[in-house]
Each structure stands twice: as structure tokens, then as C-alpha cells.
Ligand binder design. Structure first.
Ligand SMILES: Cc1cc2nc3c(=O)[nH]c(=O)nc-3n(C[C@H](O)[C@H](O)[C@H](O)COP(=O)(O)OP(=O)(O)OC[C@H]3O[C@@H](n4cnc5c(N)ncnc54)[C@H](O)[C@@H]3O)c2cc1C
Length: 351
């Protein structure tokens, strides 16, 4: 795997490359390759865009394709390409495909964006969104600043943390928040999954299939879809601790176990394990824009029917919003809607 020197995207194939004095550089697209050829040391972006889209999950990628089709002069910034979809081992409810993995689906989205509807873009994290007199300023972690007349926020959600002793200290030493990518690393080992929702149960099922000895711990009862729970309970292959809280992750340089406590009796018990998968829900990614939008009690951005927010020029779509239904097809639809709304907003401003 390579990193595109222009946009910072991970490049998996060797389709677009250039050889400079014996060193090969690989690119995500023909356009990034051209940018590099035109100016190998510094890549120019415009001083002002009509639109900046933040977030590269289904909502942001669809918004990007629609912005490109609608001929809106747009810059696209995201931490990664794919968002939560990367973690989905089975997508069974996206129109057009009876079954597709999250990785395959996102590759199709990515290719459509890069090769059919290209926009200037950068892999980076937005840390601040400011409203200036006649434009928005978007500041990134790498300290770039971009300016635009409108913004689409499509930053989705991140995994919630537990905040218990051992969690931070043992991160990447056996504590994982991801599912698909990390499962292969723990083949055949003793693992504990924390969380009884769909993500937790799907992770437990996948780990079980991977030959792991799995225990799943959840507060109260499991709340995943019945079909997922039934699959988990079939064959008694997974040990289930309902009505338990995990109070501590044990281990010095790597995970060695977890301490769980019964909600009924308060009795504690240690489960020995080599990995812990934490799957206890999600939080909307809104830290950088909190001051400019209204958030509901769940921390989601409140939007109107056309994806507009309380600040004219700021639009939002997908899982980061209060739109009903956290699904790929819904996030994509909302992304398309947001881009079409921006087009109308920009046209109205010109009048
Ligand atoms: C394990 C799992 C399985 C799932 N399975 C299915 C399924 O089978 N079918 C289905 O329909 N749905 C499924 N979902 C839900 C679905 O993935 C989400 O509804 C969908 O991904 C939401 O898309 P989004 O673009 O709104 O947000 P996300 O997918 O969360 O994408 C957000 C994007 O924004 C970026 N970002 C965040 N903050 C910043 C920042 N400050 N600066 C720059 N970029 C930022 C992220 O890196 C990411 O690229 C699943 C989810 C999970 C976790």
C-alpha cells in the first residue's frame, strides 16, 4: 500500500504512478498524478471554493458525487474513505446488491468519486469550522485552512469509549473498537466482546467463526436484532453474560482479562482473555462545529427537511444528524439531498 503524496489517500493499486529519478510515487487518481507532475513540491488549492464537504462515509461521498454532477466548485476533506461502512462485513440492505461487503461497496463509491466525478480533496481531520464575514473557514489538524461559501457536514459517528481503568492504557495492545480489520489478528484466541447491540453481536459471531473462544458481556439484556441474537445463541458457542458491567481491563503490556460485575448481586468475576472488543454505541462527530449548529440530546445536528441547519450556508447529512434511520442507503440519500440544497442556496445568493 502507498500514500498519495498529493492528497494523502491510501493507494492500493499501481495504476497511477510516476517515476522521478528512480523513485516511484503512486496516486489515487489521474488528477492527483497531474497535480504532482505540474508542481511536485507544492500542490495548489483554490483560495475560495463554493463548497467544502467534510466526511468521507456514504453521506459525504454521495454529496461529493452530486456536487460534482451539479458543477459546484467543491473541496472534499475527510479523515478516511468509507467511515463506518468499512466495519460492516455484510451489507444485505443496500439497493442493487443482494449481498456485498462494506469494503467492496465503499470501493465502488470511492471509484465513482475519484474516476467519474473527481473533486479536489485531502485526507485530513477538520478541527475547527468558523464563520467569517462572507465565507466559512475550515481549519485542519495538519494546519491547512480552506475557505468556502457553503459547507456540508457529513462526519458521521465514532465509537463510544467506556472510560474504565485499563481501556486507554491497553489501546492497540488488545483493546479494539473496530471489528472487521482486527478480527483476523486474534484468530483462535480468548476474546471478550463488550456490548449487546448489533455491532457487538455481529463482532461476536465473526470472532466465533474465526475460531476464537468468545464471551460477550452486556448491561441489561441484549438489544441486537433477534436474527443476530439467535445466530449467536445457536450451538452455545459463545458465553453470554447479560446484566453485567465491565469495570476494569486487566494487563500490563497486553490485555490479560476483564473484571465484570453483576448488576443484580454486585458480585465481581474475572474473565481471562487476550483481546477486548468494545462495541458500546456511537457518538456524533461534532466537536469542530458545535458553535454553529443546534445539537439535540443525542448530540446529533438538527437539520431541516432540506439538510440546512440554523446557520445559513451550513448543511449536514447522514448519521451525524437527527435524520431518522442510521443506514447506508439513508446516509447516501441525505448526502445527495444536501448537495442539491447547496446548489439552490448558491443560486439564490447570486440573485
Ligand atoms: C459494524 C457496522 C455494521 C453496519 N452494517 C450496516 C449494514 O449492513 N447496512 C446499513 O445500511 N448500515 C450499516 N451500518 C450503518 C452505516 O455504516 C452508517 O449508517 C453509515 O456509514 C453512515 O454514513 P455517514 O457517511 O453518515 O457516516 P460515517 O460512515 O460515520 O462516515 C463519517 C466520515 O466522516 C469522517 N470524519 C469524521 N470526523 C471528521 C473530521 N473532523 N474531519 C474530517 N473527517 C471526519 C470519517 O472519517 C468518515 O469518513 C453499519 C455500521 C457499523 C458500525
Amino acid at each position: 500500500m502507498y500514500t498519495d503524496p498529493v492528497c494523502g489517500m491510501t493507494v492500493k493499486d499501481e495504476k497511477f504512478y510516476v517515476d522521478v529519478e528512480g523513485k516511484k510515487y503512486y496516486f489515487c487518481s489521474h488528477q492527483c498524478l497531474q497535480k504532482f507532475k505540474n508542481s511536485p513540491s507544492e500542490y495548489s488549492w483554490k483560495d475560495l471554493y463554493e463548497l467544502v464537504i467534510i466526511g468521507g462515509g456514504p453521506a459525504g461521498l454521495t454529496a461529493a458525487v452530486y456536487a460534482s454532477i451539479s458543477k459546484i466548485d467543491t473541496f472534499f476533506i475527510t479523515n478516511d474513505i468509507g467511515g463506518q461502512v468499512i466495519d460492516s462485513s455484510k451489507v444485505k440492505n443496500y439497493m442493487g446488491f443482494d449481498f456485498i461487503t462494506g469494503g467492496e461497496l465503499i470501493n465502488k463509491f470511492r471509484d465513482q468519486f475519484l474516476h467519474e466525478h473527481f473533486l479536489d480533496h485531502k485526507i485530513d481531520e477538520v478541527i475547527e469550522l468558523k464563520q467569517l464575514k462572507d465565507r466559512f473557514e475550515i481549519v485542519t489538524k495538519e494546519q491547512y485552512k480552506f475557505y468556502s461559501k457553503a459547507v456540508i457536514i457529513a462526519t458521521g459517528m465514532k465509537k463510544r469509549k467506556l472510560g474504565i481503568p485499563g481501556e486507554k492504557e491497553l489501546a492497540r495492545k488488545g483493546v479494539s473498537y473496530r471489528s472487521v480489520q482486527d478480527i483476523g489478528l486474534f484468530k483462535g484466541l480468548d476474546v471478550v466482546v463488550i456490548g449487546g447491540g448489533n455491532s457487538g453481536v455481529q463482532t461476536a459471531n465473526d470472532l466465533n467463526k474465526n475460531g476464537c473462544n468468545v464471551s460477550i458481556v452486556t448491561k441489561g439484556e441484549m438489544i441486537a436484532d433477534r436474527e443476530n441474537i439467535d445466530k449467536l445463541k445457536k450451538d452455545n458457542a459463545v458465553t453470554i453474560f447479560e446484566g453485567h458491567d465491565v469495570t476494569k481491563i486487566l494487563g500490563k503490556n497486553k490485555v490479560e482479562g476483564v473484571v465484570i460485575q453483576s448488576e443484580k448481586s454486585n458480585k465481581t468475576k474475572t474473565i481471562n482473555c487476550e483481546a477486548v472488543f468494545i462495541q458500546v454505541g456511537f457518538l456524533p462527530n461534532t466537536e469542530f462545529c458545535k458553535k454553529l449548529v443546534d445539537l439535540n440530546q443525542a448530540g446529533e445536528i438538527e437539520i431541516n427537511y432540506d439538510c440546512s441547519t440554523i446557520t445559513p450556508g451550513i448543511f449536514a447529512c447522514g448519521d451525524v444528524t437527527n435524520a431518522f434511520g442510521k443506514r447506508i442507503v439513508i446516509a447516501s440519500g441525505e448526502g445527495a439531498k444536501a448537495a442539491l440544497s447547496v446548489k439552490e442556496y448558491l443560486l439564490a445568493k447570486q440573485k
